[in-house]
Design a protein around this ligand. Structure first.
Ligand code: NAI
Length: 348
C-alpha cells in the first residue's frame, strides 16, 4: 500500500484535492492518504505556511498530491525553514512555498503532459506532447544583484550534471511511454556557453537512447512552430526559464491552465500538482474544475505503477467530458465540483 501525503492548500485547493482523492479511492488504487496543512491555514494554526512536519511527511511517504497555495505579491514574504537534516541543523528561506518544496525535496524535473481532451475547447487537434523542464538551476537560482541604482544583474547557471539527470529522466519517460522523439529547446546561438552546454549535455544523453530520435530548435523558432503545428512535437527538453514559459504556452494550446496537470520529480520524492493557482475568486463555491488535479493524480498512479487504476480514471473522466452533461462552467456545463466528481466516480 502506497501512502501519499495530501496537501489541500489554499482557495479552491481543498475542494479540488478532495475531488481527486475521492476518485483515486473509488478507482481501487492501493493508496492511503496522510493529510497535512500548508498555506494560509497552516500559518494561522502553526505560525508558518510550511511546517517542517510537511517536509518530513513527504520525505517519509516519498509521494505527495498538492493543491495550490497562495503566494502574496511583493513585500517581505519569505518561507523560513529550520530543521535538522541528515544530522545537521539546516536553515533556509525561500520566496514561495512551491520553491521551498522543490528545493528542500530536491525535485529536479518538472513534467508537464499536454494533450487535447474531448469537450475542452481548443484551437488545435491531436496535440499530445510532454515537457521536461529542468527545475533547479538556470536564472532561477535567484543569484541577482544591483550593480548600481540603474543596473541589475542575474547569474545564469547551467551544469552538465543537472541537465543530464533531467534529460535522462525525460528520455526514459519517452521510452517507457512508447513515444518517439525529444526536441531540445535552447538559445545556444547567443548564450553559447550556458545554453551551449545544455544542448550538448542533452544530445550526449540522447546517444544512450538509440531507439529515440532527438532534434533541437532555437527557443524562439520552437515557440513559433508550437503555435503553428503543435501536433508535430512529442517530448520537449528545456532549461528552467524557457521551460516555465513554454509550459504555459503549451497549456494554452489545449484549453488553458485549468486543465493542465504536472509532476515534480526528485531522486527520492515526487510531488504531483495542478498548474493553476488557488483561484480565490471562486473558492468555496463548488464551481472549481478539479480536472487538472485529477489528471495529476493519474500521473501519480502511473509513477507508482498503478497503471490500471490510472487508465480507469482517465477513461471515466474522458467519458464525462464527452457527454458534457456533468461538467463545470469553465467547460461549458453547469455542474459543480461535487457533481462533476460524482459523475466520474459513477463511470469508474
Ligand atoms: P489562478 O490560477 O488561481 O486563477 C486564474 C483564473 O483562473 C481565475 O479566474 C480563476 O478563477 C481561474 N481558475 C483557476 N483554476 C481554476 C479551476 N480549477 N477551475 C475553474 N477556474 C479556475 O491564478 P492567480 O489568480 O494568478 O493566482 C491566485 C493565487 O494562486 C496566487 O496567490 C498565486 O500565488 C497562487 N498560485 C499558486 C500556484 C501553486 O501553488 N502551484 C500556481 C499558481 C498560482
Amino acid at each position: 500500500m502506497n501512502k501519499v501525503t495530501v496537501v489541500p492548500g489554499d482557495g479552491i485547493g481543498p475542494e479540488v484535492v478532495g475531488s481527486a482523492c475521492a476518485i483515486i479511492k473509488a478507482s481501487g488504487a492501493k493508496v492511503e492518504f496522510e493529510e497535512v496543512l500548508v498555506g494560509l491555514r497552516a500559518e494561522k494554526e502553526f505560525g508558518t505556511a510550511l511546517p517542517v512536519n510537511v517536509l518530513e511527511s513527504i520525505e517519509r511517504n516519498r509521494l505527495a498530491l498538492k493543491g495550490p497555495t497562495q503566494t502574496p505579491f511583493g513585500g517581505n514574504y519569505r518561507i523560513n525553514i529550520e530543521r535538522v537534516k541528515n544530522g545537521k541543523e539546516s536553515r533556509s528561506d525561500y520566496p514561495s512555498i512551491a520553491i521551498a518544496l522543490r528545493k528542500e525535496l530536491q525535485l529536479y524535473v518538472n513534467v508537464r503532459p499536454i494533450k487535447n481532451y474531448p469537450g475542452v475547447a481548443s484551437r488545435f487537434k491531436d496535440v499530445n506532447l510532454v515537457i521536461f523542464r529542468e527545475n533547479s538551476e538556470d536564472l532561477y537560482v535567484g543569484n541577482e544583484r544591483m550593480i548600481d541604482d540603474n543596473t541589475a544583474e542575474a547569474i545564469k547557471i547551467i551544469t552538465r550534471g543537472a541537465t543530464e539527470r533531467t534529460a535522462r529522466y525525460g528520455f526514459e519517460y519517452l521510452k517507457k511511454t512508447g513515444r518517439k522523439k525529444m526536441t531540445i529547446g535552447h538559445k545556444a546561438n547567443v548564450m553559447k556557453l550556458t545554453d551551449g552546454l545544455f544542448l550538448k549535455a542533452g544530445q550526449d544523453v540522447a546517444k544512450e537512447f538509440p531507439g529515440l530520435a532527438c532534434d533541437s530548435r532555437v527557443i524562439d523558432a520552437l515557440c513559433m512552430e508550437l503555435v503553428i503545428k503543435p501536433e508535430s512535437f512529442d517530448g520537449l527538453l528545456l532549461a528552467n526559464l524557457f521551460g516555465d514559459i513554454v509550459s504555459d504556452l503549451a497549456a494554452g494550446l489545449v484549453g488553458g491552465l485549468g486543465v493542465a496537470p504536472g509532476a515534480n520529480i526528485g531522486t527520492d520524492c515526487a510531488m504531483f500538482e495542478a498548474v493553476h493557482g488557488s483561484a480565490p475568486d471562486i473558492a468555496g463555491k463548488d464551481i472549481a474544475n478539479p480536472m487538472a488535479i485529477i489528471l495529476s493524480g493519474v500521473l501519480m498512479l502511473h509513477h507508482i505503477g498503478e497503471i490500471a487504476a490510472a487508465d480507469r480514471i482517465e477513461a471515466a473522466l474522458t467519458k464525462v467530458l464527452e457527454e458534457k452533461k456533468h461538467v463545470t462552467r469553465d467547460l461549458g456545463g453547469d455542474a459543480g465540483t461535487r457533481r462533476f466528481t460524482e459523475a466520474i466516480i459513477a463511470k469508474l
